[in-house]
Each structure stands twice: as structure tokens, then as C-alpha cells.
Design a protein around this ligand. Structure first.
Ligand code: GLN
Length: 556
């Protein structure tokens, strides 16, 4: 059960916190997370302290056990919480690390309520959705304040208005605003379709969605309308009239090229100003210079296009590798390049050759993953990239792939394997961590931030310029120390280890253009304008590689 500390009040400042709730209507996947994050950027740029949290209506305790096909990427926080991928957007946009307080699910809420019931905390009462479940949710709205003061808390409610699952959350925020009337604002995100045949916007789905929201007691002050192109004044007027909102509260959010354009679009629509007015916050001049500079770099038409292959299993669904993709984009901007991702399904390589899919790319990235399917295809990709000296970056499972490939094809350990797939294998280069055997599936991996000691004069050190770093983990299997000596004798450098030297965290081949693999997930810490050092170096090497003959030595 999760116990919460008391809310911290700052007796010196007596600062009040304002609450913004973001709900979605009409269809899912409209980008509530990006809108919440963008509003966070705008309010932070005005100097307000902001945090963002996500309430997910599903019954899993966290998304850790869900298939990437269903849920997309599982994002991991420093404190080892497996969370919704929207937390990745929040962190990247507001440039702040979040914690387990920032993502709750219905499962967690019910878990707490039921544990309290078993502990007799309800003193003989009948335990009900209202008030027990809703009280638990209301407590969680303010939970971030238990660690520090925030001027604004933005809470995104997952799902779509009208879903049975999200009703307790919506009822909880209705009750919350009843007690904090002047301090709450409701933003509803909807879709305004444009019919190309008749050449008109359609407002009916928005009207219905707002009607649904009002029927459960919430009147939005702001409606953000996703549409193909900017809404006309007439349409804004119509939505304002039928949904009972001020016309300035109807915000047009047309489709844009990149998610990083969204804060600028919303600023242009004066979303932050309307929010401040609604909440009684002073409107301060915002400073978005850094953001604008990044967006400019992102759209720089002179940027050199480089092709990087992402060799994975879930390549049909980009959401599964969202942090990796964003990290590549951040690194590209910092290198004056534009990354074009070549999605390669490793199972296809198994039916063909690696060359068919990797010919012409100037970087190969093997991301994390679970399960044996496609593993041999990834090994073939790693072999091809190593032999052709194509810059290569392996992340988590990617490090396992590079290790097994090196053991088999360079050291000559024919039956080299990962214990994840062949527990009975004779040469398990990768093996399960002690204590992990037979562990339950949920929340039991090596999770969250761990320190890593960096060896001087290595690519790793060149990237970070630090003797010790901290990175986030999510895995059960590790490099088997039995094979360390053999690897080193064959040229591999273990450039990152746990401070006690017991766990391999990073390995690299110094004589390659770029060949590095890490046990952790650097992608969770990359941010626009502050590309992650490993991605920055990898993309720099790929850019360099694209411009030279592969036989030439690499110089940075
Ligand atoms: N499946 C591997 C493990 O559990 C790698 C996990 C990952 O890539 N995140 O160790």
C-alpha cells in the first residue's frame, strides 16, 4: 500500500496551488499528454513552478506488465516507477524529473482502498466508490505537494469522457473543485473534424462531448479543438455559444509537423493567458527563446539527413520506442542533422539477410525489449554493423544482443546465449540477476536510477565528462561476469560498471567508429535542447560516417 506524507505547506510564503484538469472527448489519442505538457512549458516559461500527473483508469497497478502492443512504451522514473508514456512527454517538455506520485491507476486506487478495508480503517462502514474511492483519488490530486510546493498542478485524466472506467476520476475532480472553486480550471480536448467534401468543420462531436462532461457536473472553461487546420472565427463562436464557454476559451490546435511545435501554437492562441485569467494568476512575460531555438533547429531545411536503422520487434507501432525516437531527434538537432528512421523488424532479417535491411544506413540502434522472438535477427544486425563498422548503439536488451554476438562470432563461444531465452544453455553470456529467479512479474525488475562508475579515456567518458553517472534501469538480466576476462582479452572495454564493480553497465569497442552498448535506458533522460550524451555522440558518429568512406579512421 502506498502511504502518503502530509501535504507540505510553506508557512513563509503561504503560496496557494492552482489545479488544472485535462480531459478528452470524442476519440482517444488526440494528444492530451502533449497539450498538458505544452501548457506546462508555457506556465513554466512565465516563471510558475509546475508539475504534471496522469490518472489512468485501467485496473493494472502500473503498465509494467502490459504488452507494448497494447500500451506503447513503459516509461521509468528515477525512483523506479513503471509509468505511462505520457510521463516521458511531461519530463521532456517541462524538463523536470517526476516520481511515483505523478502516475496513478484505478488499480492502485482500489488496491489502497481494499488494503485500508482489511486494516479496519473504515471503522465498520460499507466501502463504496463514493466516497471511499473518490476520496482516495482526491488525496492523490494533491500528492505532489507532499514533497514540495508547486504553483500549478496539471492533472490529465486518461481515457475519453463517457467511458465507464474514468467515471470515479471525473467525479473526484468534480468534488475537488467544489472545495477549491477559485483554484481550478477544466480543459477539455476534443476533435473538430473537417469534411473535405463539403469543405466545412463539424462541431457536433464537440458539443456532444461537452454535454456528456456537463452531465457529470463539469463545465469546462477551455476547449482545445484538434483539427486539420486552424478553426475559423465563426466556428469558434459556434463552439463557444453551444458549449457555454468564453470565445477566448476556444483554442484551435491544428495538426503540426512536430509535437514540439504545439507549445508555440497554443501560445499563439493565448492558452496560457486564458488559463492565468481563469485561475487569477498574474500574466507574466514568458521566455520561450530556448524552445523556439530548438524548434528552429528541428525544422532547419539545411540539416543533413542521416538514416538510422532501429532494429526491433515492435516496429509497427512507433509508440513502443517513443523515448528512443525522441532522443534521436534531440541528438539530431544538436548535431545539425535530421534523423530518418529506418524501421527494421528483426524477424524479417531472420528470413533474409541483414544486408537487405541495413545497406546504406549510417547508424544501427538496437533498443530494449523482452522475449525471444526476433532475437536472432538482432544478432545478425549487430554482426553486420560490427563487421561493416557502422556506428551502433545497443540499449538494455540491445547490450545483451551485442554481447552474445561478440561471444559467438569474435571470441568463438559457439553456443553463447542469453539466459532469458535458454535457461539451460551452457554459455549464458547474459544471466538472470541473483534474487530474480522465479520473481513475480509485476514491479520486480531492477528498476529506476542506479549509479555507474565511468572509466577514464573511453567513449563513455568522452560523452559524459563525468567520473560517475546515474541512469535508469528496467531489466532482470545482466552480463555474466564469468565472461568478462575473455571479452577484455578480445578487445572489449567495460567502460561503465556499478560502483562496486560487480555489474557491467556499459561496454564499447574503442577501435570502431562508434560501438557502445549500455545496460540502462539513456532514452529516459534526453530532453529537447539537452540531448543525452550517448545519443549525441552516436548521432555525431553516424553523421560523420555518412560523409566518409567506411574504411577511413573515425576522428571526432
Ligand atoms: N529482457 C531483458 C531483461 O529483462 C532486457 C530488458 C529491456 O531491454 N528493458 O533483462
Amino acid at each position: 500500500m502506498i502511504h502518503l506524507n502530509p501535504v507540505m505547506s510553506d508557512p513563509n510564503t503561504q503560496k496557494k496551488t492552482k489545479y488544472i484538469f485535462v480531459t478528452g472527448g470524442v476519440v482517444s489519442s488526440l494528444g492530451k499528454g502533449i497539450c498538458a505538457s505544452s501548457l506546462g512549458v508555457l506556465l513554466k516559461s512565465q516563471g510558475y513552478s509546475v508539475t504534471i500527473q496522469k490518472f489512468d483508469p485501467y485496473l493494472n497497478l502500473d503498465p509494467g506488465t502490459m504488452s507494448p502492443y497494447q500500451h506503447g512504451e513503459v516509461f521509468v522514473t528515477d525512483d523506479g516507477c513503471e509509468t505511462d508514456l505520457d510521463l516521458g512527454h511531461y519530463e521532456r517538455f517541462i524538463d523536470q524529473s517526476l516520481s511515483r506520485l505523478n502516475n496513478i491507476t484505478s488499480g492502485m486506487v482500489y488496491w489502497n482502498v481494499l488494503n485500508k478495508e482489511r486494516d479496519g480503517e473504515y471503522l465498520g462502514n460499507t466501502v463504496q466508490i463514493i466516497p471511499h474511492v473518490t476520496n482516495e483519488i482526491k488525496e492523490r490530486i494533491e500528492a505532489p505537494l507532499r514533497e514540495q510546493h508547486f504553483d500549478v498542478i496539471i492533472t490529465e485524466i486518461g481515457g475519453t469522457i463517457g467511458d465507464i472506467e474514468s467515471l470515479p476520476f471525473v467525479e473526484a475532480i468534480r468534488q475537488f473543485q467544489f472545495n477549491h472553486k477559485a483554484d481550478c480550471v477544466h480543459i477539455h480536448l476534443t476533435l473538430v473534424p473537417y469534411l473535405t467534401t463539403s469543405g466545412e468543420f463539424k462541431t457536433k462531436p464537440t458539443q456532444h462531448s461537452v454535454k456528456e462532461l456537463r452531465s457529470i457536473g463539469i463545465q469546462p472553461e477551455i476547449i482545445i479543438c484538434r483539427s486539420l487546420m486552424p478553426l475559423t472565427k465563426d466556428i469558434k463562436q459556434k463552439i463557444a455559444l453551444f458549449c457555454d464557454v468564453d470565445q477566448r476559451g476556444v483554442i484551435s490546435a491544428m495538426d503540426v509537423e512536430s509535437i514540439y511545435d504545439v507549445p508555440l501554437v497554443l501560445e499563439n492562441e493565448e492558452l496560457d493567458k486564458v488559463v492565468c485569467e481563469e485561475l487569477g494568476l498574474e500574466i507574466r512575460p514568458g521566455d520561450l527563446d530556448m524552445w523556439k531555438k530548438y524548434v528552429q533547429g528541428l525544422h532547419d531545411p539545411t540539416a543533413k539527413v542521416i538514416k538510422i536503422a532501429l532494429v526491433g520487434k515492435y516496429v509497427g507501432l512507433n509508440d513502443c520506442y517513443i523515448s528512443v525516437v525522441e532522443s534521436l531527434r534531440h541528438a539530431a538537432v544538436e548535431n545539425g542533422a535530421k534523423v530518418e528512421i529506418e524501421w527494421v523488424n528483426s524477424e524479417d532479417i531472420e528470413k533474409d539477410t541483414a544486408q537487405t535491411y541495413l545497406d546504406g544506413v549510417c547508424g544501427v540502434l538496437i533498443p530494449g525489449g523482452f522475449g525471444e522472438r526476433g532475437f536472432e535477427g538482432k544478432i545478425a544486425a549487430a554482426k553486420y554493423a560490427r563487421e561493416k563498422n557502422i556506428p551502433m548503439l545497443g540499449l538494455c536488451l540491445g547490450m545483451h544482443v551485442l554481447s552474445v554476438e561478440y561471444a559467438r562470432n569474435v571470441i568463438g563461444i559457439k553456443h553463447a546465449q542469453s539466459g532469458e531465452f535458454k535457461d539451460k544453455a551452457t554459455d549464458k553470456i547474459i544471466d538472470i540477476m541473483p534474487g530474480q529467479r522465479g520473481a513475480k512479474k509485476g514491479g520486480t525488475m531492477r528498476l529506476g536510477a542506479y549509479p555507474c562508475k565511468v572509466k577514464p579515456k573511453t567513449v563513455l567518458h568522452k560523452a559524459y565528462q563525468q567520473a560517475e553517472i546515474s541512469e535508469r534501469h528496467r531489466h532482470r538480466f545482466e552480463f555474466n561476469n564469468k565472461y568478462r576476462k575473455g571479452f577484455e582479452e578480445n578487445g572489449m572495454v567495460f567502460s561503465g560498471t556499478s560502483p562496486d564493480d560487480k555489474l557491467v553497465e556499459v561496454m564499447e569497442l574503442p577501435d570502431k567508429h562508434f560501438y557502445l552498448a549500455c545496460q540502462f535506458h539513456p532514452e529516459f533522460k534526453s530532453r529537447p535542447g539537452k540531448a543525452h550524451p550517448l545519443f549525441r555522440e552516436f548521432v555525431a558518429a553516424a553523421k560523420h560516417f555518412s560523409g566518409v568512406q567506411q574504411s577511413l579512421p573515425y576522428e571526432s
